[in-house]
Design a protein around this ligand. Structure first.
Ligand code: AMP
Length: 298
């Protein structure tokens, strides 16, 4: 099978992060950044997003080095989106310290003619109305995979449900799944989500792994067990990058392997601050960690 390209939208950010292992100020981050760097290991990626006039050259260089198509990333006057987060002692909880939308406030996603026919679309964490705006541009969408976060569940539930209605595969973490569905039980939450639109749901559970549900089947997939946790920021988007990178190379029947690839890819991200861990990942390194995860499943 030939590798299919992926079109992705999400935030391109400068993150300020505090974890028990240390702090970093204004480092490259954002859902679209983690996603595109991760998925570019496996497939061609076309990025849709916005940055401000202060966006560092280092960010452009990284995208270019990885062959990521940035022709639909707009650079406009103003400040790049900034996000600050602090993690609890065991890294299991995260508090948002600030969210400065900057150029996101007036962002109108545009997809160039050449990119509109992309069949695989990742709607990364971003206002649901912007996720919907990207869908409007797409003329040959065969697989729409989306993600979200607590902020949008609180503030934009209606638009989020409209995104769900268009979504084939929905990725969400366990806390957000229970917030959105009103169910703490994984199976009940997945059932609710499957009725809202998607035919496949992946509930990400941090160090507990991932729960994959399709109509009538479900499965738990463990995490790579040997990572030393330093900074979990971007783990969800890196998971999505590996997961969708797999889908871009295989047919439908490989969904469980896609989850394993997602978990293996994310394991690199959590091992260092920001993008540093993920940038050390190689396709071979990911394959190797996939084997370790499969061993746990036998
Ligand atoms: P994750 O850890 O996978 O949930 O993603 C973390 C990334 O999400 C960080 O790099 C942030 O820049 C980005 N982020 C945080 N809050 C928002 C938001 N409200 N909208 C878009 N991206 C966000």
């Amino acid at each position: 099978m030939t590798t299919k390209p992926i079109l992705a939208v999400g935030s391109i950010a400068l993150d300020t992060i505090e974890t028990p292992q240390g702090q970093r100020q204004e480092i490259l981050g954002g859902s679209a950044t983690f996603f595109s760097i991760a998925s570019s290991l496996f497939a061609p990626v076309r990025l849709v997003g916005v940055v401000g006039s202060d966006y560092p050259e280092e960010g452009w260089r990284l995208f270019r080095e990885r062959g990521i198509d940035v022709s639909d990333v707009q650079q406009v006057a103003g400040s790049t989106f900034r996000w600050g987060g602090r993690y609890s002692r065991d890294l299991s909880e995260r508090e948002t310290l600030f969210t400065h939308l900057g150029v996101f406030e007036n962002f109108q996603p545009l997809v160039s003619n050449g990119n509109r026919r992309t069949g695989i679309i990742y709607l990364g964490n971003i206002q649901p109305s912007l996720q919907l705006a990207v869908c409007e541009h797409m003329t040959a969408a065969r697989r729409i995979i989306s993600d979200t976060m607590n902020l949008w569940i609180d503030m934009n539930r209606e638009e989020l449900e409209a995104v769900l209605g268009k979504t084939h595969i929905f990725l969400i973490n366990d806390e957000e799944a229970s917030q959105l569905t009103g169910h703490d039980d994984l199976e009940a939450a997945a059932h609710w989500l499957l009725r809202a639109g998607p035919s496949t749901v992946v509930i990400k559970r941090g160090h507990k792994g991932a729960f994959l549900a399709t109509d009538g089947t479900h499965k738990h997939i463990p995490v790579y067990p040997h990572s030393r946790l330093v900074d979990p920021t971007g783990a969800g988007d890196s998971f999505a990058g590996g997961f969708i990178g797999h889908i871009a190379n295989h047919d439908e029947s490989h969904i469980e392997e896609a989850v394993i690839r997602g978990a293996a890819t994310a394991s690199f991200t959590v091992e260092d601050f920001g993008l540093e861990g993920l940038l050390r990942a190689t396709p071979e390194g990911v394959e190797h960690r996939m084997e370790n995860i499969r061993d746990l499943m036998d």
